[in-house]
Design a protein around this ligand. Structure first.
Ligand SMILES: Nc1ncnc2c1ncn2[C@@H]1O[C@H](COP(=O)(O)OP(=O)(O)OP(=O)(O)O)[C@@H](O)[C@H]1O
Ligand SMILES: [Mg+2]
Length: 360
């Protein structure tokens, strides 16, 4: 078990601030996922935790002990990468026991470990097979088996599924969850795939430009993103963001002058922000298309461009100015035409600052 703490962690490559003042506490046995676009510093942060990169500044603690100067081999970590670094000409068993032999573990002990790990990963029938004969998903299972056979305190995974095809990824996501819970190991998992992050994480750490934007439980980040970037990055389709301007005459207009009808309390809330513009964020599933109003207070008139189905859900697309937005179409409801209203619930709206992107 290990508690990890990153304190003002910085890693610069010349002028590139790959990790730029990161502070993070990772609890014992927690499954933390670093999520963010390419180049945001996920791998570099992970490599600093592993000890594969000397840090530019700041501290890394394992169980309150500063490990900045400890070699990777002395940190009791295991790492799995996107491309399994296995010995293709050796069989599965030989690959798995490689690190144990290096530690000079007695053969009787090694046998027990191999039995345990191969049953855990359900590769016990593959032990005699050559790596080069295995499908990619099984290769990655072997790489994981080799990583955890030493029962590390910390498991570090860098996009371990991204080279696999979709069918294997799905299966491996579920297996990862099962294995991590069975192992009781503090896990840091890097991905740019928000769906992977949503299924696996106890907590998602959203990164951008070497910084942590926000961290929290997947449902929390989905429902109440505190930053525009999180709302955009998490969820597929992502959140709708509409730039709004509160007006003197108490109305709220979009930048392109469509009126947004808010309840009275929301109109005053919008004016109290005392901003010329603010951003109104709402997830497509909380924005319903209706042809005719029926006493609703929160709505916006729209003209649908078209409809599409994403994972069995029907969405309507509409433009405001040059920006494309999505709303939900109720299944089975004949919309008749494409002009109507999108209705929303006060509770589901979030207001964001147009410059900082922070929630208001
Ligand atoms: N060894 C290096 N030398 C110079 N620059 C580097 C080095 N490693 C990473 N960088 C730079 O640091 C930044 C962060 O890179 P990093 O690999 O950590 O991003 P990432 O979030 O893992 O991205 P990806 O999703 O593409 O793997 C990038 O701008 C990258 O070009
Ligand atoms: Mg990376």
């Amino acid at each position: 078990m290990a508690h990890i703490k990153l304190e003002n962690l910085k890693k610069y490559y010349g002028k590139v601030k790959a990790v730029d003042d990161v502070n993070l506490d990772i609890k014992d046995n927690e499954f933390v996922v670093f999520l963010g676009p390419s180049g945001c510093g996920k791998t570099t942060t992970l490599r600093c935790i592993a000890g594969l990169e000397p840090v530019t500044d700041g501290s890394i603690y394992f169980n309150k002990k500063n490990v900045n100067r400890l070699e990777p081999a002395d940190r009791n970590i295991a790492m799995v990468f996107q491309f399994y670094a296995l010995y293709p000409h050796l069989n599965v068993q030989k690959n798995i026991i490689f690190p144990l032999k290096a530690e000079k573990m007695p053969m009787s002990e090694i046998k027990k470990k191999v039995k345990w790990v191969s049953e855990l990963l359900k590769i016990d029938t593959l032990l005699g097979r050559k790596i080069s004969e295995l499908p990619d998903g099984d290769k990655q299972k072997v790489a994981l088996a080799r990583a955890i056979v030493r029962t590390p305190e910390v498991l570090l995974l860098d996009e371990p599924l991204s080279a696999l095809d979709e069918k294997f990824r799905e299966q491996m996501r579920i297996e990862f969850l099962r294995i991590q819970k069975a192992l009781n190991v503090t896990t840091v998992y890097v991905t740019h795939d928000q769906r992977e992050a949503m299924t696996l994480a106890d907590r998602i750490v959203v990164m951008k430009d070497g910084k942590i934007i926000e961290s929290g439980a997947p449902e929390k980040l989905y429902e109440e993103p505190e930053n525009l970037f999180t709302g955009y990055f998490i969820g597929s389709p992502g959140m709708n963001f509409i730039t709004c301007c509160p007006r003197e005459d108490v109305s709220v207009k979009t930048e392109t002058n469509e009126e947004i009808h808010f309840s009275k309390s929301f109109q005053s809330k919008a004016r109290e922000l005392k901003l010329d513009t603010f951003i109104f964020g709402i997830r497509p599933e909380y924005l319903y298309f209706k042809e005719k109003l029926n006493g609703e207070v929160n709505y916006l008139r729209v003209k649908l461009l078209n409809m599409e189905r994403i994972q069995q859900i029907s969405y309507g697309n509409f433009y405001l100015g040059d920006n494309l937005y999505k709303c939900m179409m109720r299944d089975g409801e004949d919309t008749g035409g494409n002009e109507g209203f999108v209705i929303f619930d006060d509770e589901k709206i979030r207001f964001y600052h147009p410059e900082s992107g922070e929630i208001l």
